[in-house]
Design a binder for this molecule. Structure first.
Ligand code: ADP
Ligand code: ZN
Ligand code: ZN
Length: 746
């Protein structure tokens, strides 16, 4: 794979004093392209160039003195954006590393790391964004001066009082109709409107108390500060509520004081950013902070990105993609919930943001802090072997808050009522009587996972996938959760004509219905992808829970993360047994992490929590470890298992995935890959092509080839040899294929 040089080559004597520019373009071809430039250009500048019949945006990666292209073939740069800030060498180097490591075309990797506005063939401008805060008049007036009916106005008021200044996107997230309400507050003369950048520094309740660190927290902060001037990965291991975020805040306070340095904080999901962002803003009011995630409008995204690039933003909080954000004075990276699967990009360039962050920290020689209650086994292994520093927080930070008691209910020994055990029903009833909240965790949305004919055992299948259609009773639809296919519920078995078809099994909708019958008067709220489709639905629901308007929450993994419900004291876990025996070798690691996380929702304030897990296998080692909340022991046994079975982190994997309308070319392509890879005589183990568990997806027939090596030093040269040959193969353009290095999904 030819990689461009970011620095211009030594000036050779060139007879025709042409200005040559090497340009990276968003095309699925390797390498960069030479152009003649009528303008003086800089490395890192955006340009528009002709490519085939089209105009393409590109980035200048080098200014070589000559080109191999014949002068007649050399096309000219059409436009350049000289007034825009240029991309720096670190950015190029990081992209180059990733393109190389993840076997992805450099130009595509580079362009896809830029905000949308910078991928367009026009000058990129960000509309000036504003932020809003209450002025003294507003604060003194008090929320009760607003009519009770003006719900949105009151909500804005409360949020502004809590967070100080709010940006347009934060306000939109709060309430889509905020502009009208804000105009009303402005009419009252209560509001200060500022350009967002100025507003970054404002936080009204900056007085929010700074708790005294406990011994373990203090030790963690001290250890990291002590080695802050060099590359050092740290794992901060501590259960939910043990005070990890507090450690982040203290580190940022210390490291960013008295200098112009910057820090990058990666978070797994968009719906976690507003909470963390709000907390950082109130606790770190002196440091301009921007967030970067896909829910931002393009204009705000570009603006925030540029504030990071210029060094003006001192703290960047962002999801996966923000790991590439240029930050000239970056001195610390924090990866919160480092085990979270959303850090792995599952299409285009399949990078892992935590791993890229580690590479970035190493290249910059700065510390990187990985935080988690249930670290990825890869990370845990590194912390055990001493490659990463291990910092543990063993207790919940708030002393009154106790760990929840975790118990299993053996569902084979009790008579169940619509999927609920008597113990769980009783526990929910008790919570209702005490005015406390319960959460039922079930990872299956819809009414029932299958529609079954009891006469002939026909099950409604998806015609486009190897999967079953899920019953969505209220809408009268059958839906495939893999491809989105939808149809009316069939009334008669197409196989035997039986008119008596049964929705079988339990999903969130059915559970909601069951609860309404079993516990009349209970206020049940369902939180899943269906019920939160409307913009801001989730934040509205969370507010309702906080306001005490909900007795029982029924939710999928959306609810497992990050949300803090002080009045929630019971968590019921339903239907997780299938993950105990999944063919995916990461299934139990993930289930453990997920259950730890949901368990962490119970009893966060001063009320003790209880977790009831319904299972047929109460003595399974996973549940034993969970009951004692002993990640260390469980991780130890999982690692031993991985070592015997030769799976990561002891071995390194790469997967070639391919799909087409027909399986024959897929098989042929993968067989070619396998044969070729074997011919290289690499030490890597090349398996035979197989079909994945989901053989057909969205009408495509799928296949995959697994390669396994004892180290990256074995895997990487193999991939570097193989990829160009695969790209040249005649079937390469006829099927869809991709290389997934360090794959997470199989
Ligand atoms: P985590 O990020 O591990 O879930 P947090 O940092 O959010 O934990 O801390 C949980 C709660 O405990 C928060 O309300 C936080 O303000 C509080 N807290 C953290 N550290 C301390 C401390 N040393 N003393 C008192 N309260 C603390
Ligand atoms: Zn039938
Ligand atoms: Zn489907």
């Amino acid at each position: 794979m030819t990689m461009p040089e970011a620095d211009s080559m030594a000036a050779a004597d060139s007879p025709q004093a042409l200005n040559i520019a090497q340009v990276a373009i968003d095309v699925p071809l390797d390498g960069v392209f030479d152009y003649h430039s009528p303008y003086p250009l800089l490395i890192g500048q955006r340009v528009v160039v002709p490519f085939g019949a089209r105009k393409q945006v590109g980035v200048v990666t080098a200014l070589p003195a000559s080109t191999d292209l014949a002068p007649a073939k050399l096309k000219s740069v059409l436009q350049h954006f000289g007034e825009e800030p240029v991309l720096d060498a670190e950015f190029f180097a990081l992209i180059r590393f990733c393109a190389d490591y993840y076997q992805y075309p450099f130009g595509q990797a580079l362009l896809s790391a830029l905000p949308g506005r910078l991928r367009q063939t026009e000058p990129a401008t960000a509309r000036q964004q504003f932020s809003y805060s209450l002025n003294d008049t507003g604060v003194q007036a008090g929320v009760d001066a607003l009519p009770p009916r003006q719900v949105v106005q009151r909500r804005l008021y409360a949020a502004l009082l809590e967070h100080g200044a709010l940006s347009e996107s934060a306000l939109t997230a709060l309430s889509p109709g905020w502009r009208k309400a804000m105009a009303a507050l402005q009419q009252l003369g209560w509001i200060t409107e500022q350009q967002v950048y100025a507003g970054l520094r404002t936080a009204l309740t900056a007085s929010s108390v700074q708790p005294e660190l406990n011994a373990e927290q203090a030790q963690a902060v001290h250890a990291i500060l002590h080695q802050a001037q060099s590359f050092k990965p740290w794992l901060l291991h501590g259960i939910t509520g043990s005070g990890k975020t507090e450690v982040y805040i203290r580190l940022l306070q210390s490291l960013l004081a008295n200098n112009e340095d910057q820090a990058l904080v990666l978070v797994p999901e968009i719906n976690l950013t507003p909470q963390l962002e709000a907390r950082f803003r109130t606790r770190l009011p002196d440091f301009p902070l921007v967030s970067l995630h896909s829910n931002l409008g393009e204009s705000e995204r570009l603006q925030n990105w540029r504030l990071a690039q210029s060094g003006a933003a001192r703290i960047v909080i962002g999801t996966r993609l923000s790991v590439f954000t240029p930050m000239p004075r970056l001195k610390l990276i924090i990866v919160d919930e480092e085990h979270d699967t959303s850090y792995k990009q599952q299409d285009s360039m399949r990078y892992h943001a935590r791993d890229v962050a580690l590479v970035r920290a190493q290249r910059r020689q700065i510390p990187i802090l990985l935080g988690s209650a249930t670290p990825a086994l890869e990370t845990w292994h590194n912390a055990q072997s001493g490659r990463y520093g291990l910092l543990s927080l063993r207790q919940r930070a708030v002393s009154q808050s106790q760990l929840p008691a975790i118990r299993c209910v053996d569902v084979s020994k009790v008579s169940m009522q619509d999927g609920l055990s008597p113990q769980l029903i009783k526990a929910m009833r008790e919570r209702m009587e005490k005015g406390e909240q319960s959460l039922l965790f079930i990872n299956r949305r819809g009414y029932a996972p299958v529609l079954l004919c009891n006469a002939c055992h026909w099950i409604a299948p998806c015609m486009r996938c190897s999967s079953r259609l899920v019953v969505h009773l209220r809408q009268g639809r059958l839906r495939c959760h893999h491809c989105g296919h939808e149809q009316k519920i069939v009334r008669q078995c197409p196989s035997c004509g039986n008119p008596d078809l049964h929705p079988t099994g339990h999903g969130t909708q059915r559970l909601e219905e069951t609860l309404n019958q079993l516990l009349p008067g209970a206020r049940v709220l369902r939180v899943d992808r269906d019920s939160t489709r409307r913009k801001n639905a989730l934040s509205d629901m969370l507010s309702a829970v906080h306001a005490g308007e909900v007795d029982i929450l029924v939710g999928t993994q959306m609810l497992a993360k990050g949300h803090d419900f002080p009045n929630l004291t019971l968590v019921g876990v339903l239907d997780t047994d299938s993950a105990l025996f999944s063919p995916d070798f990461r299934a139990s690691e993930r289930l453990f992490a997920q259950l730890m996380q949901v368990a962490g929702r119970a009893g966060r304030a001063d009320k003790p929590g209880e977790v009831l897990i319904q299972t047929t296998f109460p003595e399974h080692t996973l549940f034993n470890a969970l009951r004692s909340q002993d990640f260390t022991a469980y991780a130890g046994s999982l690692l031993q298992e991985r070592e015997t079975t030769q799976f990561p982190p002891y071995e390194f994997l790469a997967l070639i995935k391919a799909e087409a309308n027909d399986f024959v070319p897929v098989q042929r392509f993968l067989q070619y890959a396998a044969d070729t890879a074997r011919e290289f005589g690499s030490e890597a183990l090349i398996y035979d092509p197989v079909r994945p568990q989901m053989e057909r997806l969205k009408g495509m027939e799928r296949g995959q080839l697994l390669m396994q090596a004892s180290s990256r030093q074995v895997m990487q040269p193999l991939l570097r040899q193989l990829t160009p040959l695969l790209r040249q193969h005649p079937l390469s353009n006829k099927i869809r294929w991709a290389i997934d290095v360090d794959p997470q999904e199989f």
